[in-house]
Design a protein around this ligand. Sequence first.
Ligand SMILES: [Zn+2]
Length: 450
Amino acid sequence: MNKGDKLFILGLDCLAPELVFGESAKDLKNISGILDKSIYGELKSTCPPITVPAWMSMFTGRDPGELGFYGFKDRRSFGYGDSYLLNSAAVKEPVLWEYFAQKGMKSVVIGVPQTYPPKPFGGVLVCSFLTPDTDLEYTHPPYIKEEINRITGGKYMIDVDNFRTQDKDALLDQIYSMTENRFKVISDFIGSKDWNLFIAVEMGVDRIHHGFWGKDGQNDRIKGYYRYIDEQIGKLLEKLDDRTGLMIVSDHGARSNRGTFNINNWLIENGYLVLRGRPAEQGRLDPNTVDWKKTRAWAEGGYYGKIFLNVKGREPVGKIKKKEIAKFKERLACELETAGAGEAELKNRCFFPEQIYRRVNGIPPDIIVYSRDLSFRVSGCTGGGLFVKGAADLSDSANHSEHGVYIDYLPGRTSGNGYKEGLSIYDVVPTVLERFKMEAGSGFRGRVIP
Ligand SMILES: [Zn+2]
């Protein structure tokens, strides 16, 4: 066998490039030790930069429009309030480990979001934090679950209980315990399973960011955890032989949560969304309280905003004519992009699915909205004002940022590759397929990273 004919991909959800590549990385001995033998850089995430769809875009090489899903929750139909949680059934495009299986090569896949319920592919699959309950079968083959229990003494966690808890000490304990046990399983499976491709995604980085990011992520708890992850990477490197490459990737980065733009209140103030009465208190938009005959648009929130139009012949009580959609969207986006909210400069940015994706399958939002470069959350709540300054909820102080991490380390590679600009989450699949001399097929959005 040749050098580089096995590959370990370590996914660290939300790993932030500024905490890995910059000055603050000097404490991370193992990561900084491989950087000069790696190709590395910031990895541009999907729009939106959210765990679902980002990981599946990374491992299929397809954009959210091609995949036909756009977030954790999508609309199932054009009915009002008819949304559902995505799972592996939504993934119709081949994933990286299925290309390997087609060539008779084995894979171990642990913790990749949106793999539950498990789809057998001839390798080992352990589903992610999106498994509804660990009492369910979250592995394939099913006996793997027993092996995991044996390796971890029954302490394996697919996720922490609640990363938005105010009990920070308990959260920190859980994050460390989750990560420790994940790496125990990883370490065991590296030796005990047959594989050419090993993918493991750890959620702890995302959880510690949301729980402890604060002003800029530069604090003892986050730095301490990054050092802990770095130690795990050191142990991993000891386990991998010199024909095995190591990629470290993240699906997006993190940034401080500096405020919340209440987008439905803005739509109400500007006459796009009409309620039957004033909401008594602040809360989620209830479709039953909307006067749909008079409403042209409404929104859902999160780390970004999703605007839906009320279209004649599409929604049950539509108002905008289909031929007017394009003009309407332009006008609404223009108003949103120049909107302020009191003293807050929102600097909203709007994206249209038909312009940013190569195809538009499923039911996308009509407009995607980033507020202040994602440093403001967008809330779909009604009641209250247009804008709340600061992290409205101190139990979660991080938002997502558009760039994650890419590190591609190959033992024996001579230096001189180094930092690269312009890397994209869509480049991962074509790059790996090229390395394993598999036909990259046609029509990937990304390119092979040289
Ligand atoms: Zn994520």
